[in-house]
Design a protein around this ligand. Structure first.
Ligand code: GLN
Length: 280
C-alpha cells in the first residue's frame, strides 16, 4: 500500500484532485514532477509516508496546496507564497501579457504594480523587461518581505519594493504603465467563506459592497502618477468589465477596453490617460 501508485490513489480519492496529491508527495520527496513518470512502483519509507499523510490531512481540512508547499508557479517563475500573500492565479498572467504589449523591449520605462503581494506581476514584468524600472507597492510588511525574498531568490534586480497604500509611496513619480490586481470581490460574497479563499488575506480579496472600492480609488488617483498617454491596467471580476470601463471613461481615460482570459471571461480592463493631472 505504501508504493507511490497506492499512496497517490488513496490521497486522490480523499482530496478529489490527483494534481493536489501529486504536488504534496513531490513536496515531501523534494522531487520534480518528472520524477513520477518512472517511480510508480517505488515503495516509500515510513517517515516519508507519515509526512505525506500529514500534508494530505491539512489539504483535506481545506488549506490551499500553495500554502502547504510554500510555492506556486506564475509566468515562468517559481514564487514563494505564504498566508500573508494572495496565491497567484493563472488568469492573472493576462495582466502581465497586456502590460508587456505597452512596454517595448529595451526601453528604460517605469512601471508600478499596486498591491504586489508575492510580487508575481512585478517580477514577471521585470524578468521580461530587464531594462524597465519596476516599483512594487504593498500595504502589508509581511507580503513585501515575501516579495523581496522572491526577487532575491530569482535574481531579479530591477524591482524596488515600497510599503504603503496604493500610490502613497510613489509621490512625485510618473509611470508609463501602472498595473494592479486589487481586491475586487463583493464584501458579502459567500465565496469568501469557502474553499481556498478562506485562507487568503481578506484585504487582498474583498473591496466594499460592490467589490469596486479599490478599483475606484486606483482609477481616480492613477492619472496623477501616469506619464501623458500612460496606461492603467487592472484585473477584475468576470462581471465587472462594463463598470470598470465606465469608471475609466468618466475619469477621462482614452481607449478604455476589456480583455478576456483563457476561459473567455472579462478579466482585465484598462485605458491610457491623455494628460498631466497633479496628485491631490
Ligand atoms: N481572482 C480571485 C478569486 O476570485 C480574486 C483575486 C482578487 O480579488 N484580486 O478567487
Amino acid at each position: 500500500m505504501s508504493d507511490v501508485r497506492g499512496l497517490l490513489a488513496a490521497a486522490t480519492q480523499r482530496l478529489g484532485e490527483r494534481v493536489d496529491a501529486e504536488a504534496l508527495l513531490l513536496h515531501v520527496l523534494e522531487k520534480p514532477r518528472s520524477w513520477l513518470i518512472a517511480h510508480d512502483t517505488d515503495s516509500l519509507d515510513a517517515d516519508i509516508v507519515a509526512s505525506f499523510e500529514a500534508l494530505v490531512a491539512r489539504r483535506a481540512a481545506g488549506e490551499p496546496v500553495a500554502y502547504i508547499t510554500g510555492h506556486r508557479g506564475f509566468w515562468s517563475l517559481d514564487l514563494h507564497v505564504t498566508p500573508a500573500t494572495l496565491i497567484p492565479r493563472p488568469e492573472t498572467e493576462l495582466l502581465v501579457e497586456l502590460a508587456l504589449q505597452h512596454l517595448p523591449v529595451g526601453q528604460r520605462l517605469k512601471v508600478a504594480d499596486l498591491g504586489t503581494g508575492s510580487g508575481a506581476i512585478a517580477l514577471a514584468i521585470a524578468h521580461e523587461r530587464p531594462q524597465a524600472q519596476v516599483s512594487a507597492v504593498d500595504v502589508s510588511t509581511e507580503a513585501l518581505q515575501v516579495a523581496r525574498g522572491n526577487a532575491h531568490r530569482l535574481g531579479i534586480g530591477n524591482v524596488r519594493f515600497l510599503e504603503g497604500n496604493w500610490m502613497t509611496p510613489l509621490s512625485g513619480e510618473r509611470f508609463a504603465v501602472i498595473v494592479s490586481n486589487p481586491p475586487y470581490i463583493e464584501a458579502g460574497d459567500p465565496h469568501l467563506a469557502r474553499g481556498d479563499l478562506r485562507f487568503e488575506p481578506a484585504g487582498a480579496l474583498a473591496s466594499g459592497d460592490d467589490g469596486l472600492d479599490a478599483i475606484r480609488h486606483i482609477v481616480s488617483t492613477a492619472p496623477g502618477y501616469l506619464e501623458p498617454g500612460g496606461w492603467l491596467l487592472m484585473e477584475h471580476g468576470w462581471d465587472q468589465g462594463p463598470a470598470v470601463r465606465a469608471l475609466l471613461i468618466t475619469a477621462g481615460y482614452l481607449d478604455a477596453s476589456t480583455a478576456q482570459d483563457l476561459e473567455g471571461r472579462d478579466r482585465v480592463s484598462g485605458g491610457r490617460h491623455p494628460g498631466l493631472i497633479f496628485p491631490g
